[in-house]
Design a protein around this ligand. Sequence first.
Ligand code: KG4
Ligand code: ZN
Length: 334
Amino acid sequence: MKDIYILAIETSCDETSVSITKNGTEEISTVILSQMDIHKQYGGVVPEIASRKHLENITMVLEETLSKAKMKMTEIDFLAVTYGPGLIGSLLIGLEAAKTLAFIYQKPLIPVHHIAGHIYANKLNNKLCFPLICLVVSGGHTDLIYMEKDYSFLKIGGTLDDAVGESYDKVARVLGLNYPGGPIIDKLATKGQDTYDLPLPLDDDTYNFSFSGIKSAVMNLINNEKQRGNKVRVEDVATSFQNRIINILTKKTMRAVEEYQVRQLLIAGGVAANKGLREKFKQLCAKGNIALSIPKIKYCTDNATMISIAAYYAYHKGHVANLEISGKANVSIK
Ligand code: KG4
Ligand code: ZN
């Protein structure tokens, strides 16, 4: 069978990334240009700056990816691109680049949902065994998804307000920590003790999540401590906050695994890089005899490799875009 090479572009937030993969499992070359250092000084991603930087960098990132792979555009079989969800100005830069290449080289263009990309990052190190449950935890999403077969997504729960990564970043901000706060809180959480009385967020019978309450609870706690003239123990806040987050994510996810009677659990998205979360899922899945798949840390946060891998399966499901396709800031996974 002929090998299939897919070149994918991902620009949904603040990473300009291009990747070439082979046959839906093998990474050939990837370049990720992060704008983190630029946005850090503003305490979060500034959409206008993000799209301007994507525009400045996309050609260079594309050329470097091809050069690292020692390949020419004519050797690529398909193009793929993230069409949403994400920052609209950022998405449009990737889409225009992909559409232009598809037009010039007369290649099919595969549209990929960003969350499908995060889920399919798991294909880089594991086989998917259907049916399965996937927990997607990122800066923009907290979703529980049931997959009966390849590239079929049924959302069984999601966040009612903030995404879990967003709540990490907001809590970090009130603690005076840098952006992105997730990795910093994760590190601090290993040094502190669970001494602060924070609520378990939305501990109910649904598969939904809510993280705005715990964020407010952290804010109140800091204000109260300051008013009383007490020093806020940042490490202890980090441990207490992270423990509550891990507890609710693992509790609802393991309940879904049981109710839907699946034998495999996938974790995906930027927050899947969280050491505490990875450890807790490993323990629970080992105990319940559930096959657990979590991408390597470098594939948890945004990258075009995952988009390229997902595109292979999207294509086999008949997902091909015409050149009128536009970006979608909000679009649910289907
Ligand atoms: O998937 P991603 O790169 O971008 C989105 O699609 O949103 O996720 C970024 C999010 C940020 O909120 C960041 O703070 C969080 O993932 N994150 C973490 C960790 N590493 C990244 N959150 C908790 N613990 C981590 N180790
Ligand atoms: Zn993402």
